[in-house]
Design a protein around this ligand. Sequence first.
Ligand SMILES: [Zn+2]
Length: 472
Amino acid sequence: MSSTMWTDKQRGIRVSQAELLCKNVCGYYGNPAWQGFCSKCWRERARKAEVQKQDPCQKNEGTPLTFSKFEEKKSNEKGRRVNTMRRLFWGGPSPPKRESSESQINASKAYQSLEVGDFTGFLKLLRNPSSQRLQSRCTAFLNTVEAYHDLPVEKQSDLVQDFYQNIAEYFSGLSLTEAQVSQMMEHVEKLIMTRLHKWVFCHDSCDDEQKDLALQRRIRSLNWVTPQMLSVPFPDQNAAITGDPFLPAITAIIEMDAKRAPQDKLACVSKCSQHIFEALSTSNSEPANADDFLSGLIYVVLKANPPRLHSNMQYVIRFGLPHSLMAGESGYYFTNLSCAIAFIDKLDGPALNLSPEEFEGYMLQRHAPSVHRGSERKRIASETQDLLHELKGRQEKLDQAMNALKLQLQHWEQAVEAQVDDAIAKSVLLQKEITAEYEMSKCCSSSGQAVALQESVLVLRDQDSCPLDTDC
Ligand SMILES: [Zn+2]
């Protein structure tokens, strides 16, 4: 009911298929991170720009070394380091030596036998003699990148992308189908990036962390946006009892941060997107269109506020397999997510069918949120507050109990020590008394016995110099 009411209005969120595609009209998906180009065209442009930049600075070698020149030189050196690394890794500027045809056939056979998506099987296969070449390449690459993990993250990205390209060429030389090659590439990506994640995710050399925080704050400031404002087909209030149909999508996008391989992060985006289409189909009789989907995605991102979203996107862009970003379902969903984030950045009144004043009012929290979502949020907030309070109380009680236990333990320890000392002293004394008694009975006459016993006890008392208990 509410959805028909809103579709009458001018839609604020619109996206055409052409807007999602590469500016070079190469047919692949583009991305705002690559200024609208696809990964392939973007890297080609970056490479050309680098060549143009390197030419003039070679001529100016004689000029005094100003700071900017110094910086330039430093970055050139870094570039040279990368080239040296490439040489080190690939064993000289000449292309790697051809494998013998026999080992190629063995490798092909082994890779062909691998089931789709069987990463564990791939790891087992790597230990096989037939995969020795692939295994040593991967190991050498990982060791090199780990040793140079302080390089700027863009350089690390270049290294990883070059590595993918080289490995893909190696697989193409084997007798594998295209599908088998991309399967193998996915395994290689997972292997490499699971290891490198801790080095290159949210790298020190870039401002990903600040951008994460800024995006998080931006999303939080928009927590008053309702599905109706975004023109997201949403079940009416009576159906609210069944809960938010977008919840599975929200969960899926939050899970993205926990994954380490770019393809696993992408899989979360795809899962989230599929859940959005399902949610849209429950509230809409017509099949969802691209605009509905994008609006749904914006709603889900606003509601989920996924952790480290910017870093996660950048990580996938820098270290993912280019093909899974440029084409196919995963590419389409990822491009839409990039659009959704760009949209959230620029979100204003007209996009939400609000006047600029209304929009400002909401942003300044002057307007009470109009739907149950706001009160729900308040309820959850106060519940969380209560829980936190209770937790704090419990923590305090626990601390007190811990202190009491510590004291008790100390007392007990002291008591045991005292008892042990006591027992030792008593046993020593007893031993001496028995010895003395024995000596006396052996060598003393019956007349002097009583006197000698008294004397020996007195001697013992002096030696021990401690008060004697009579009850021992
Ligand atoms: Zn392109």
